[in-house]
Design a protein around this ligand. Structure first.
Ligand SMILES: [Zn+2]
Length: 208
């Protein structure tokens, strides 16, 4: 008996029994029409983040892609899953906003600060290259002002860097030029539930 699978199956049964009946009309409606999400939400794969929970959105509102460290390879660097999600969300689904959401206690950011810690994880090491420029900026900022933990500075700089990478994607650049798309960077503090936001063009994060 696989106890984890049993746990997951029991969750599905509870969903079917307790949650679905209360929203059956909503799900029937959602199934009968194409999805029209207003937002593409790019965040870390960390299991402690729940995009729908923290934004209080329903199924159908937020198109989500997650990866280690909420990264967006610059266009052409790694044409793969993330690039395809961005292109589809912007050009086909016509989302009006993209959030890049980093978070406290991020394992990817901690790994960047501990060179060698991912030596036995070659795929992870390779992926973290997408944040190398953020590491350089964070170390420089931290040297000038050591009052803030370097991990916090790096987490912010990574979100700002990935927002820059987003703009190298033709679909994003085109939609922004038309005035149809805006970007923001978020930092979610898991322990307190606080979210700080940097709107496009801002270099610092403000609490909501
Ligand atoms: Zn993370």
């Amino acid at each position: 008996m696989d106890s984890v699978l049993e746990q997951l199956k029991n969750g599905v049964l509870r969903f079917r029994k307790d949650v679905y009946p209360e929203q059956a009309d909503f799900f029937a409606q959602a199934a009968s029409e194409p999805q029209r999400p207003h937002t593409l939400f790019i965040t870390c794969a960390d299991s402690r983040i729940d995009p729908n929970l923290i934004t209080q959105t329903n199924p159908g509102e937020v198109f989500v892609t997650r990866n280690i460290g909420n990264m967006v390879p610059a266009y052409g660097e790694m044409l793969g899953g993330v690039s395809a999600v961005i292109e589809y969300a912007v050009s086909a689904l016509e989302v009006r906003h993209i959030v890049v959401c980093g978070h406290s206690d991020c394992g990817a950011m901690k790994a960047l600060l501990a060179p060698g810690s991912t030596d036995k994880l070659p795929a992870v090491s390779n992926w973290l290259v997408n944040a190398q420029a953020a590491l350089a900026v964070a170390e420089s900022l931290h040297e000038k002002d050591p009052s803030r933990p370097v991990l916090d500075v790096l987490t912010e700089q990574n979100v700002l860097l990935q927002m820059q990478h987003l703009k190298t994607h033709p679909s994003v650049a085109g939609a922004m030029a038309h005035g149809n798309l805006t970007l923001s960077g978020w930092i979610y503090a898991i322990g307190s539930g606080h979210v700080c936001v940097a709107e496009d063009g801002q270099r610092s994060f403000q609490a909501i």
